[in-house]
Design a protein around this ligand. Structure first.
Ligand SMILES: Nc1nc2c(c(=O)[nH]1)N[C@H]1C(S)=C(S)[C@@H](COP(=O)(O)O)O[C@H]1N2
Ligand SMILES: [Mo]
Length: 571
């Protein structure tokens, strides 16, 4: 073992502060960076893959991104939304990957003479991933340990192999004192002894010919790089191969007389002149066109066979319901217009659909709501939550534990298997998708997810109207009448009047489309003959309480935008 002792002493001398050659002894900076990045990429990729196999759970990237969303200051989240809009989720995931890879590059760089630092760094990354997954309602400690062990193992292996190859291939600017063989020993961590008796320094058989080693480094880099990208893509498609999709396809929604009657009303409403206006939004928005808003980076895949809804908190009897029990009782069918508090005046984060389910009050009564339970909080399988006054379940409005949207089982993005729909309340206080829990509490004792993030505790939907056609800045012909048309909504109150004003002209009363009830939006139409020049068109609605929507413009935060939708058109 004279070889081994020699190598030990040589690496000792290289590490000693007195040896000026030690600074040059590590592998080159570019190679250290490449090794770091690829170690990071391999770790992330295999981690995501491990998370996606079996039950699709969040991997480290998703879990860390989730924690970022949870913890980030409001301004950061708002900034992300304003820059990326509805692409904010892919942007966040990509950002997490990019930051991780930059950190991995730095790690490669600082550990270029001491791979042990790199190994420790990767383990620290793994711990961050583990903490993030442990805190994730859909991941948990066990899958966190498995997934991050896989990720760390992959990252460490790639780092060590690449450092070994880089060291054997020598530094690109080899100084007279930095002999490749010494360099290779100096950067290697104390792991299992080499079988050929090359000392404790190298774990793997590295090519000793520098040219061969250089080619191996490049080849290995290409393989790891391509493998990581493929692994990431595979993880994604595994997740998209939705496990809940098959279960959903097998679901049978009750086709009751009520459902048939509503369907008939929809057909009648869709056949009017108002509804036939080109460019107007359909009175019932197909699920695939319905806006989607939630914090879920990974749409929860809920298996309805094991899913349960629990009603707990300030109730006499805690109750649980299976999906089949709820399906059997889901006989109430109601058109309800759902709106996001973030919907700008004239915006598209609003839609009307036919919801089918069980009145919330019916289930609450079985549990027995205790006096003093002033708030109904609800939670989804991924931990998101919200709350609204208990009153809203009992004041006669439509408040459903819903299993179907437009006659079909809830689409996965819209909450399969079960969600809440409460007429007249913005989604962020009421419309929990992937519902798992309803907990009776008090107004004082609970704040939903968005409340500490700067949104109002009470979230009644503001009466609003929107011009769908003509589009803003459209050019229209002079002299022949054109339709001005759109939708207006005041869920739980209904729309009684819509008026349109062109420039400083008189308010023209619109013809209203068929009503699907006070919870549904109403289509409206005005015919107007353009004169030459630019024109401003605005709209305002009056709701069932007789109140006309205010002209005063407010921002979406903290409790919804107000003001009249106004567009400019040209001739
Ligand atoms: N689980 C869960 N449910 C949720 C949310 C969420 O982030 N997570 N967002 C709410 C918000 S803010 C809105 S506006 C509605 C949107 O429902 P939709 O995506 O079906 O249109 O869902 C609500 N339910
Ligand atoms: Mo929302």
């Amino acid at each position: 073992m004279s070889d081994a002792s020699q190598s030990r002493s040589s690496s000792e001398s290289l590490k000693s502060p007195s040896g000026p050659t030690s600074a040059e002894a590590g592998i080159s900076r570019p190679k250290a960076i490449v090794a770091g990045v690829l170690a990071g990429a391999a770790a992330l990729s295999l981690g995501e893959l491990a998370g996606a196999i079996g039950a699709p759970r969040p991997g480290p990237v998703t879990a860390v991104s989730n924690r970022v969303v949870d913890r980030a200051p409001t301004w950061f989240v708002n900034f992300g939304k304003s820059v990326f809009g509805l692409a904010d989720k892919p942007a966040l995931l990509l950002g997490t990957v990019m930051i991780s890879l930059v950190a991995a590059a730095l790690l490669g760089l600082i550990s270029r003479r001491r791979p042990t630092i790199g190994v420790i760094g990767i383990v620290v990354f793994g711990l961050v991933g583990l903490l993030a997954m442990a805190a994730d309602a859909q991941a948990g400690v066990v899958s966190g340990i498995i997934v991050n062990t896989v990720a760390v193992t992959a990252g460490v292996s790639v780092l060590l192999v690449m450092f070994g190859l880089a060291a054997s291939s020598g530094s690109p600017t080899p100084g007279p004192t930095a002999l490749p063989v010494e360099a290779s020993r100096s950067i290697s961590p104390p792991i299992s002894p080499h079988p050929s008796g090359d000392g404790e320094d190298l774990a793997l058989d590295m090519p000793t010919n520098p040219a061969v080693a250089r080619r191996s480094f490049l080849g290995f880099s290409a393989v790891v790089g391509a493998g990581s990208v493929l692994g990431g893509l595979a993880a994604r498609s595994l997740r998209n191969r939705t496990s809940a999709g098959e279960a959903r396809a097998a679901v049978q929604i009750i086709e009751s007389d009520i459902a048939a009657k509503v369907e008939e009303q929809v057909v009648v409403a869709g056949a009017t002149d108002v509804a036939s206006t080109p460019g107007i939004t359909p009175i019932v928005v197909p699920a695939e066109n319905f806006y989607r808003i939630d914090t879920a980076l990974l749409v929860p895949q809920v298996d309805p066979a094991t899913w349960k809804l629990t009603i707990k908190g300030m109730v006499d009897n805690e109750l649980t319901f299976t999906y089949d029990e709820l399906l059997e009782r889901a006989e109430t069918v109601e058109p309800v217009t759902l709106s996001c508090v973030s919907n700008e005046v004239g915006g598209g984060l609003v839609g009307n659909a036919i919801w089918q389910g069980i009145p919330l009050a019916e289930l609450l009564d079985e549990a027995g709501v205790q006096p003093g339970a002033t708030q109904i909080s609800s939670r989804s399988v991924d931990g998101w939550d919200c709350g609204f006054p208990t009153e809203a379940a009992y004041d006669g409005r439509t408040a459903l534990v819903a299993v179907a949207m437009n006659g079909e089982p809830l689409p996965i993005e819209h909450g399969f298997p079960v969600r809440l729909v409460v007429s007249g309340l913005y989604g962020y206080v009421s419309a929990t998708k992937w519902l798992s829990e309803i907990e009776l509490t008090t107004i004082e004792d609970f704040n939903g997810y968005w409340i500490p993030r700067g949104w109002s505790k009470a979230g009644p939907i503001k009466t609003q109207s929107r011009i769908d056609t003509p589009r803003r800045f459209a050019t229209v012909g002079v002299g022949s009448p054109i339709p001005i048309a759109g939708v207006a909504w005041a869920p739980n109150l209904g729309i009684t009047k819509v008026e349109v004003q062109v420039d400083d002209g008189p308010w023209l009363e619109a013809t209203l489309g068929e009503s699907l009830g006070i919870n549904a939006w109403r289509q409206w139409l005005v015919s107007w003959t353009p004169t030459a020049g630019d024109h401003q068109i605005r709209v305002r609605a009056t709701d069932g309480s007789g109140a006309t929507q205010t002209e005063q413009r407010t921002a979406v935060a903290p409790n919804g935008a107000s003001g009249w939708h106004t567009i400019t058109i040209r001739t």
